[in-house]
Design a protein around this ligand. Structure first.
Ligand code: SF4
Length: 181
């Protein structure tokens, strides 16, 4: 019953952007690994040590893995965005912002329905213009979404585990999020 309620929220026409694909799996089957966290720590995206949702502020990945696996259900969903070409970096950035907007709308829908959950997002938090990290606590701890990679989730392996397309073809970008509850 609760799974149908969650799925209905993700398929709601009232959302600001449509979910492309979704799939269920057990939280125990979500693939975590130290190597993904290591890539985060190499600071390829430039957010290492910049927000509470990225390492090291997000916390120890093994603790985050155990927390994720303590939930009953996991639902992975994607958004697909069309780019002007494969070098449309502005389009990639804007698509990421749209995906995060959708994350927040879904989280609000779950909250309104009284469904306690945790949502893992694509990339670090962008809620505030300037993150409080590390000098003060997060301003919105009940709205913040941790980065999947920062938690050590191998998104490519996750896509394979739940049979979702990691890549939707040329001139597109695909973003992943996951809800556990
Ligand atoms: S909500 Fe604001 S303070 Fe909290 S992690 Fe996001 S940007 Fe930082």
């Amino acid at each position: 019953m609760i799974k149908s309620a969650v799925e209905a929220i993700l398929r709601s026409p009232a959302l600001p952007f449509a979910v492309h694909e979704l799939a269920w799996l057990s939280p125990c089957d979500v693939p975590f690994c130290a190597e993904v966290r290591g890539m985060c720590e190499s600071n390829r995206c430039g957010l290492y040590n910049k927000t509470w949702t990225c390492p090291p502020g997000v916390g120890d990945w093994e603790t985050l893995r155990d927390e994720c696996r303590s939930y009953t259900y996991a639902l992975v969903f994607t958004t697909k965005h069309v780019l002007e070409d494969d070098f449309d970096f502005e389009g990639i950035t804007n698509s990421g912002a749209v995906h995060k907007q959708l994350d927040r709308a879904i989280a609000e829908g779950l909250k309104d329905a009284g469904i306690a959950h945790h949502l893992y997002s694509a990339g670090g938090c962008n809620l505030c213009k300037q993150c409080t990290y590390p000098s003060a606590p997060c301003r919105f701890p009940d709205r913040v979404h941790r980065s999947m990679e920062a938690c050590g989730i191998d998104v490519g392996a996750l896509a394979r585990a739940c049979n979702l397309r990691y890549n939707n073809g040329p001139q597109t970008v695909t973003y992943f999020s996951m809800i556990v509850f």
